[in-house]
Design a protein around this ligand. Structure first.
Ligand code: HXC
Ligand code: NAP
Length: 293
């Protein structure tokens, strides 16, 4: 199996300028690295400029690509507009926006302050809205021929999830925004898609979702039918495809990459996975014996 290997051919993102929010860590960093390997110039943003500057040095050395770090809290529209200004100053254009920045932590909802709930909504939903609006207005005003927005959501964007309610609420909003603008802004040449990843271990997510010994207590691999968590490269492969012109006819789609984790949780009889093979003869006989009785 070579799912840990790069998928697209060299140069697939040549001459592309892509902005990745939250590009200095975790999945954002992994996707940034692969975009650079494929020839894109990448603007990475987050609240922590020192971290971004270190990542610039690391990724430029690893890929021979060009990285522009720009400090930006996605909750602040003015800072988002500044990312656009700095990007245009450095590269003269922008082709892609990857809304990846997020905030999240587990908590019983009744323990949350109003500000705690708002904080997650503001980063995830309002942050995605801020970036999308600022970049979208630019693309429409300048009549750019084509542009691509890729939003990172979660599978609980449509199922909901207990204990991460602000995140679920916000990600559901991001999914609605993705699908709505895929239709409304197609006439401007702007495509919108989303990726819903299952568990892909990162420090940022695991520290806040599986703190302490929860990591051992709730082994994520056991939740996934394919029996493992995701590799960052396989997410990067999908993101690069959706950013590239190869996916020009894919618009308004959310692609799940979770080894069927959410469907296992949804399927009413998924628990039968625990039945030992040798018991099935007996169970079948019991069921057949009820025929016509
Ligand atoms: C209850 C909490 C809390 C907690 C913070 N708050 N942590 N409430 N339980 N564990 C409250 C604070 O008390 C405050 O409310 C409010 O939330 C804002 O907290 P701040 O620390 O001031 O916010 P800020 O500095 O903006 O930091 C944002 C953050 C932080 C979200 C709280 O964790 C962060 O910076 N996260 C960024 C990275 C991240 O979360 N990565 C994971 C993404 S994983 P009061 O009322 O006291 O003012 C993901 C994966 C999903 O999305 C799917 C996985 C399978
Ligand atoms: P992560 O490393 O914690 O990434 C979150 C990023 O967002 C960080 O780089 C962080 O940078 C940035 N960020 C947070 N608040 C911000 C703000 N207000 N303004 C600007 N940037 C901000 O976690 P991750 O696991 O890689 O998550 C990346 C994306 O994948 C998120 O959208 C997440 O919901 C999604 N996801 C992850 C998983 C998983 O299993 N890991 C599963 C499903 C979905 P700073 O702290 O420097 O600002």
């Amino acid at each position: 199996m070579n799912y840990t290997k790069p998928m697209l051919k060299d140069g697939s993102l040549d001459n592309q300028v892509i902005v990745v929010t939250g590009g200095g860590s975790g999945l954002g960093k992994a996707m940034t690295k692969y975009f650079l390997e494929l020839g894109a110039k990448v603007v990475i943003t987050s609240r922590n400029i020192e971290k971004l500057q270190k990542v610039k040095i690391e990724l430029e050395a690893a890929t021979n690509g060009i990285v522009l770090p720009v400090q930006c809290d996605v909750r602040d529209y003015k800072q988002v507009e500044n990312v656009l200004t700095e990007t245009l100053k450095a590269f003269g254009k922008v082709d892609g926006l990857l809304n990846n920045a997020a905030g999240n932590f587990i908590s019983p909802t009744e323990r949350l302050s109003a500000n705690a709930f708002d904080t997650i909504i503001d980063i995830v939903l309002k942050g995605t809205k801020n970036c999308t609006l600022a970049f979208g207005k630019h693309w429409i005003d300048t009549k750019q021929e084509k542009a691509t927005v890729l939003n990172i959501v979660t599978t609980y964007a449509w199922t909901g999830s207990a204990y991460v309610v602000p995140s679920a609420t916000a990600k559901a909003g991001v999914l609605a925004l993705t699908r709505s603008l895929a239709v409304e802004w197609a006439k401007y040449g702007i495509r919108f898609n989303a990726i819903a990843p299952g568990p892909f271990p990162t420090k940022g997510a695991w520290d806040r979702l599986l703190p302490g010994n929860l990591k051992d207590k709730f082994d994520m691999t056991k939740r996934v039918p394919v029996g493992r968590v995701g590799e960052h490269q396989e997410l990067a492969n999908l993101a690069a495809y959706l950013m590239s012109d190869f996916s020009a006819y894919v618009n308004g789609e959310v692609i799940t990459i979770d080894g069927a984790e959410w469907l296992k949780g949804a399927g009413q009889f998924s628990m039968l996975e625990d039945i030992p093979q040798e018991m099935w003869d007996m169970l079948e006989a019991m069921i057949r014996s009820k025929k016509n009785k």
